[in-house]
Design a protein around this ligand. Structure first.
Ligand SMILES: [Mg+2]
Length: 365
C-alpha cells in the first residue's frame, strides 16, 4: 500500500466558549479541518486538524508543504518510521500537525486489518472511569453546583480549574469538597499559575482536604521548584502536560524525581505513536500516565484507544464536562450511568464522521 495524497476539509465549529484560570479562552468560533490520507488501495484514514485552542489555518500549510512530501508514495503501515521522519522537523512544526497525520495512519492500518486501534496496540481493558473537568467559574458556589451535578450523574472523580489566585483557589476547593464529601476523587489543576510559595500553601491545604492529585501548580520550566515542592508535600504532584521536548523530555522529569505521574495526549505529543511510548516509559517506573482531554472529537477517540491498550491511566478526562468540545462525529464518546466510557470496537478509530454536518459548515481558509 502507498500514500497517494492528503486533503483537508475546513469547517466552522461553533461552540460555547470556556476558559481556565490562566485566562486563555477556548472553543467559541473556530475553524477545524477534517484531514483525509488517501492510499492506492482505496483505504482512507482520518483525523481533525486544529482544536479548541487553535484553528486549522495555522496548521494546514505546514501539513501540506512540509509533512506531506515526507510521507507521499510511502507505505502507511510503517508508522514508526514515518513518525520519526516527521518528528525530526518538530522544532518548527507543531506536534499537532504531526499528530494529525499519525492518527490518520493508525486509522488506515486498523481499517486494513479490520481491527480497532487499541487491539493493534495490545488491548488491556474495555472501559475506564471518567472525571468531570470543570472550566473556569466566577464563584465558589458555581464550582460547588457543577461538582454536585456530576456526582448525581454517577461520575466518580472531578477536577477543578480554579482562578490561579491562591487564597481564592483554596475557597473554591473547600466549596467543592463540601459538595462531594468523600464520594468523588478530587483533583486540582492550576495550569502553571503559581510561584513556589503559593504552590506550597495551596498544596498543603488540599492535602488536608484529601485531594487525589495536584496538577501543574508551577510553570513547566521550573524543574527546580517542582523538586522542592514534591519533597515538601505528600499529595501526588502531577506535571509534564506541557513539558519541553514532549516524549523525549519526559525522561528528565522522571530521572530527577520531579513528578509523581506523567501526562500526555495525542495532540500535544505528536500522535498515538509517542503517546504510547510515553505511557510505556511511565509504566516502567510504575507510574501513571494520565492521558488528558483531546482538543477535538477525533483526538479524544485516539486518546481513548491508547487508554484501552494500557493499564497505567486511571481516568478519561471530559473537559469541559458538558461535552462542549465534542463536534463532528455521529455517536461521539458517551459516559454511561456508572461514570464509565467504553472502548470503540469497530475498525481503525471506529468513528462515524458526520459528513452532512461538516459539509454544511464548510468554510474557505
Ligand atoms: Mg491540565
Amino acid at each position: 500500500m502507498k500514500i497517494t495524497g492528503i486533503d483537508i476539509l475546513p469547517f466552522k465549529w461553533e461552540t460555547f466558549p470556556w476558559k481556565t484560570g490562566m485566562g486563555k479562552w477556548f472553543g467559541g468560533s473556530k475553524n477545524i479541518g477534517l484531514l483525509t490520507i488517501h492510499t492506492d488501495e482505496g483505504i482512507t484514514g482520518h483525523s481533525f486538524v486544529g482544536n479548541f485552542a487553535a484553528g486549522v489555518e495555522q496548521y494546514a500549510k505546514l501539513i501540506k508543504n512540509d509533512l506531506l512530501p515526507l510521507i507521499l508514495h510511502r507505505d502507511p503501515e510503517l508508522i514508526e518510521v514515518l513518525w520519526r521522519d516527521m518528528w525530526t522537523h518538530n522544532r518548527y512544526i507543531p506536534s499537532q500537525c504531526i499528530s494529525s497525520i499519525d492518527v490518520a495512519l493508525w486509522d488506515i492500518k486498523g481499517k486494513k486489518y479490520s481491527l480497532p486501534i487499541h487491539r493493534m496496540l495490545g488491548t488491556s481493558r474495555s472501559e475506564v472511569p471518567v472525571y468531570s473537568s470543570t472550566a473556569w467559574h466566577e464563584t465558589p458556589h458555581e464550582y460547588y453546583a457543577e461538582a454536585e451535578t456530576f456526582l448525581q450523574k454517577g461520575w466518580t472523580a472531578h477536577k477543578i480549574h480554579p482562578h490561579g489566585i491562591a487564597e481564592t483557589d483554596i475557597e473554591i476547593c473547600k466549596s467543592v469538597q463540601k459538595a462531594t464529601g468523600d464520594r468523588m476523587k478530587l483533583m486540582l489543576d492550576v495550569t502553571w499559575a503559581y510561584n513556589y510559595q503559593d504552590a506550597l500553601m495551596v498544596g498543603k491545604a488540599i492535602e488536608d482536604m484529601d485531594f487525589y492529585w495536584y496538577e501543574d501548580p508551577l510553570p513547566e520550566t521550573d524543574i527546580y521548584g517542582y523538586t522542592k515542592l514534591k519533597n515538601s508535600l505528600t499529595i501526588p504532584v502531577v506535571a509534564t502536560e506541557a513539558v519541553p521536548g514532549k516524549f523525549l523530555g519526559m525522561s528528565q522529569w522522571i530521572a530527577r524525581n520531579t513528578t509523581d505521574m506523567i501526562r500526555g495526549d495525542v495532540g500535544s505529543l505528536g500522535g498515538i505513536t509517542p503517546l504510547l511510548k510515553t505511557a510505556h516509559l511511565a509504566d516502567a517506573f510504575n507510574m501513571s500516565c494520565e492521558i488528558f482531554h483531546g482538543g477535538n472529537s477525533i483526538d479524544a477517540v485516539a486518546n481513548l484507544h491508547v487508554m484501552m491498550s494500557i493499564k497505567n491511566c486511571q481516568f478519561y478526562e471530559m473537559f469541559p464536562p458538558n461535552g462542549e468540545n465534542q463536534f463532528g462525529l455521529i455517536d461521539d464518546i458517551q459516559v454511561d450511568e456508572n461514570g464509565l466510557v467504553h472502548a470503540p470496537e469497530t475498525a481503525g478509530l471506529g468513528i462515524n464522521i458526520d459528513w452532512e454536518l461538516l459539509n454544511s459548515m464548510k468554510v474557505d481558509i
